[in-house]
Ligand binder design. Structure first.
Ligand SMILES: [Zn+2]
Ligand SMILES: [Zn+2]
Length: 345
């Protein structure tokens, strides 16, 4: 089969490799769509190395059709259209027991420890099959939409961590694919106004289309004044940082009302070091937290949100490439001129 093989940081090539060999309880998936994630770009660039093997095939936003099964795989059979929740918890550590399986101490993931979806065929290991990671792709969702359930599930986890609820004001910083999902989820959660800050004109346009109540260009407008003006001088109830830029964290914290929540959703480069005025957190009693990956429940619920039409993932896809064009897809994703880019093996 053909696969994108990551040989070292910054070194990847599409080539012929042996088909995956199934073990008892495994499923072989013919990948129909695998979307490129910001994390994939950081891995390919060598900016993220934790859990990454060389050589390996990455890609964790996956939808496809079951090609083959081996032994007992529960209800699944050849020809079923499915999606796959990629984070596989141990079910036994303290975090798993707390229901934070996304933060499992012994977590493995498809696209990291197990080869991922930038390939024609993918082996879904028995541990994932048994754990309920394979889920039916609803008939009204395309494979492309199915591959966007994974990032949506991370955003659903983030919206919960950001405490977005009925009648809240929300500021979302960054209107890439993740920011655009957050806009829709915040509206669905009952926010009365969603303000979006984004320097890129095309992305601002998308933010408005996906339901933002106010879109701000922080390079030309004063975001702080606008946020204060729209919230009676208080600041927003919830702030979601959907771009990983450490130096802006401190100023953004000041746009959260007393007792509000700031969620650092996007991963930062390196350690993410930056200087913060800790008294802003102290005196304003704000909650600052983070989000990493998602649980199987987040994934299942995100699928249902997309299938019911509550969240539009379809219009997020701006570009499609084959496996042979992976390098071009990567360059486009890095340039940020598209929104969501999918590989169609
Ligand atoms: Zn992802
Ligand atoms: Zn665990």
């Amino acid at each position: 089969m053909k696969a994108v093989v990551l040989e070292a940081p910054n070194q990847f090539v599409t080539k012929d490799v042996p088909d995956p060999v199934l073990q008892e309880g495994d499923i072989l998936l013919r990948v129909k769509s695998c979307a490129i994630c910001g994390t994939d770009i950081r891995i390919l660039e060598g900016k993220k190395t934790k859990g990454v093997r060389f050589p390996s095939t990455i890609g964790h936003e996956i939808a496809g059709v079951i090609e083959d099964v081996k032994g007992n795989v529960g209800p699944w059979k050849k020809g079923d259209a499915v999606i796959v929740a990629p984070v596989i918890p141990c079910h036994a550590c303290r975090y798993c027991l707390e229901g934070r399986e996304n933060a499992c101490q012994n977590r493995q993931a498809i696209g990291y420890e197990f080869d991922g979806g930038f390939a024609e065929l993918l082996r879904i290991p028995a541990i994932a099959v048994r754990g309920g990671h394979v889920m039916e792709l609803p008939k009204n969702l395309s494979f492309e939409e199915g591959s966007l359930i994974e990032p949506l599930s991370c955003c659903l986890n983030g919206i919960r961590k950001a405490n977005v609820g009925l009648a809240d004001s929300v500021l979302i910083v960054g209107a890439g694919p993740i920011g655009l999902m957050h806009i829709q989820l915040a509206k669905a959660a009952g926010a009365y106004q969603v303000i979006v800050s984004e320097p890129n004109a095309m992305r601002r346009e998308m933010a408005a289309k996906f339901g933002a109540d106010l879109v701000v260009d922080p390079t030309k407008e004063n975001l702080a004044d606008i946020v204060k003006g729209r919230t009676g001088g208080l600041g927003v109830d919830c702030l979601i940082l959907a771009i990983g830029v450490p130096p802006i964290v401190n100023d953004l914290m000041k746009l959260v009302r007393k007792g509000g929540t700031m969620n650092l959703f996007a991963g930062f480069p390196d350690t993410g070091s930056c200087t913060i005025e800790a008294n802003v957190i102290h005196y304003n009693e704000i909650n600052v937290n983070g989000t990493s990956a998602s649980t199987r429940l987040d994934y299942l619920q995100s699928r249902d949100l997309a299938a019911s039409g509550k969240v539009n993932v379809k219009d997020l896809v701006t570009h499609r490439f084959g496996l042979d064009e992976f390098r071009a897809a990567y360059e486009l994703a890095k340039a940020g001129t598209g929104i969501k880019i999918v590989i169609q093996p």
